[in-house]
Design a protein around this ligand. Structure first.
Ligand SMILES: [Zn+2]
Length: 148
């Protein structure tokens, strides 16, 4: 199972200690999920904050990207069937056609960048429609320098 995790620290309302929110993103039963759990080591409070499917809120996403680094998904092999690519992008990203076209261009050209779990999820969906793509670490290399 592809999964990524990150920790977000804030101040505990109860005791003034450090409240740690652990956020996770994962794929389960063909769906993208995220959840968040908060706990304070000083006073022992803890609760499950959320457990939802789909794209996580920006604060969760940026924590995942900061902790694990971004990943890049790029179409490989022969030119893909654009209709299939657009279909997957519209389903997964829930965007209108013009935006899906822009994403498709990126996917085929320089590659789309997101969390590893999001890119793996998209890769699986593309493969389901016969489109081959590869996930790599976007890492420190300059944009466009990841040419193989
Ligand atoms: Zn506390």
């Amino acid at each position: 199972m592809t999964e990524q995790t990150a920790k977000i620290e804030s101040r505990c309302d109860g005791c003034g200690g450090i409240l740690v929110r652990q956020v996770n993103q994962f794929i389960d039963r063909g769906q993208l999920w995220w959840d968040a759990e908060a706990s304070c080591a000083s006073c022992g409070v803890g609760w499950c904050e959320s457990f939802e499917s789909g794209k996580p809120p920006e604060v969760v996403r940026s924590a995942l990207l900061a902790a694990n680094g971004p990943s890049r998904l790029r179409v490989v092999g022969p030119a893909p069937n654009l209709v299939s690519v657009l279909k997957v992008l519209r389903e997964v990203c829930e965007v209108p056609l013009p935006q899906a076209r822009e994403l498709a261009d990126e996917l085929i050209d320089a590659g789309l960048v997101g969390t590893l779990v999001e890119m793996e999820f998209l890769r699986t969906r593309l493969r389901g429609r016969g489109v081959a793509a590869e996930v790599s670490l976007a890492g420190q290399s300059a944009p466009g320098a990841a040419e193989v």
